[in-house]
Design a protein around this ligand. Structure first.
Ligand SMILES: [Zn+2]
Length: 208
């Protein structure tokens, strides 16, 4: 009679097997999901700082502390507390805050014009991500536009957090400038020695 032998199982990987890659992804917050959307895997290949990549990874899976999710977890209970921190009109969901909010939609529109493609409004954050990267024609463009994607969602989230604790408004132009500046700084950090000036980045992003 065969008896099943005891064995070690690495619980952070669907296969149950330990690997250095799996451990790295777990420790950095980019844990392996059992049936990953191939699009999600593209988030990791970026010049953006790792904390920003982790945020995007969670955002695309609707796993950030947005008010709709806080309501689901009963962290907040008052109905007035889950309205969007930017417009104060709609429920603050990932889809609303990062795509359809009146304060944010013009940001994507301006970024698309900056990058030189026609922008069609998607109805989900995955659709936004897919559409944003769908126009990249080669690896360099893909890395550059991915960088700008990361800078956009990171800037939107930071502005939202700021407004959650302070009165005021978010200017579309200020947000767009933040995206341009952050993406340029992150590009230079991963490409030391590149002489690209901010002016050049603004005129022809990704061509530096
Ligand atoms: Zn809103």
């Amino acid at each position: 009679m065969d008896l099943a032998e005891d064995s070690w199982v690495w619980k952070y990987d669907p296969s149950g097997r330990f690997s250095v890659r799996s451990a790295y992804l777990t420790l950095t917050g980019l844990e392996v999901v059992s049936d990953p959307n191939p699009l999600l895997l593209r988030v990791r290949k970026s010049w953006a700082p790792s904390k920003v990549i982790v945020f995007s990874w969670k955002l695309l899976q609707d796993r950030v502390a947005i008010r709709q999710n806080l309501l689901r977890c009963r962290v907040i209970k008052d109905i007035s507390d889950f309205l969007c921190a930017l417009c104060g009109v709609s429920v603050e969901s990932v889809g609303h805050l990062f795509t359809s909010c009146d304060s944010i939609f013009p940001v994507w529109y301006k970024l698309a014009r900056w990058l030189g493609f026609q922008f069609v409004s998607p109805n989900s954050i995955i659709g936004m991500f897919e559409g944003f990267l769908g126009f990249s024609v080669n690896r360099k463009f893909r890395l550059g536009w991915m960088l700008i994607w990361h800078a956009a969602v990171w800037s939107i989230w930071n502005s939202r957090n700021y407004l959650s604790f302070a009165r005021g408004t978010v200017s579309v132009d200020t947000l767009v400038e933040k995206v341009k500046l952050s993406s340029w700084k992150w590009f230079l950090a991963k490409n030391p020695g590149n002489p690209c000036s901010f002016y050049e980045w603004e005129v022809q992003p990704v061509m530096c």
